[in-house]
Design a protein around this ligand. Sequence first.
Ligand code: 5GP
Ligand code: MG
Length: 189
Amino acid sequence: MPAKKVPAPHPDLESVLVTDAQIRRRVRSLGRELKKTYGNEEITVVSIMNGALIFTADLLREVDNVVRLDCIRTTSYGSSTESHGTPKLVHGLTLDVADRHVLIVDDILDTGKTLSLIASMIRGMRPASLRVCVLLDKKGRRQVPFEADFVGFGIPDKFVVGYGLDFAERYRNLHCIGVLKASKQKAHL
Ligand code: 5GP
Ligand code: MG
C-alpha cells in the first residue's frame, strides 16, 4: 500500500496553527452543537463574504435542518494585515429575517467591530433569535465587547490565512489555517 501522502504546508506559511484534519473534526462537532441548540427548527444563515465562504459551505452540510442562506459583504482589510477604521456594509441582506432563527457565520472574530455592526443591524430587524458562529476567535484583540455563541478555535494574535481567510485575496483555498511569513505580508500590494 502506498504511504499516506501528507500535503506539505504552503511555502508562504511560517507555521500551521490548525490542520486540515483538526478543522474537519471541529466543523463536524460544531454541526452537532448547532443541532443541539436548534433542534429541528429552520435556520436562516447569514454568511459574511468572502472569508466565511468555505467554513459556511462545510458547516451547513453538517446539519440536517432546513436552512436558508443569505450572504452579506463588509469592507475588508484590503491588502493589509491590520483592520482599519469602522467596517461598512457593502452588500446587505436579501432574505427577510423577521421572526426567523438567524445564525451569523463568520471566519474570525478579531476586534469585534464587524460582527457587532452586523448583529445590531440584524437585531433591528426583529429576528426570533440571533446567534453567531465563528471558526476562529482572537480573544486578546477585542476593541468592542462581543462574544460568539459557537467558536471553532481560539487562536493567538497572529495574522492567519487559509480555509477562506485571505491576504490580498490570496490563500483562501489552503486546507489548513496558517501564519503567513512576514516577507509575504508585504507582497502583492
Ligand atoms: P473585526 O471587525 O472583528 O476586527 O474583523 C473581522 C474581520 O477581519 C474578519 O471577518 C476577517 O475578514 C478579518 N480578519 C481579522 N483577523 C484576520 C486574520 O488574522 N486573517 C485574515 N485573513 N483576516 C482577518
Ligand atoms: Mg471577514
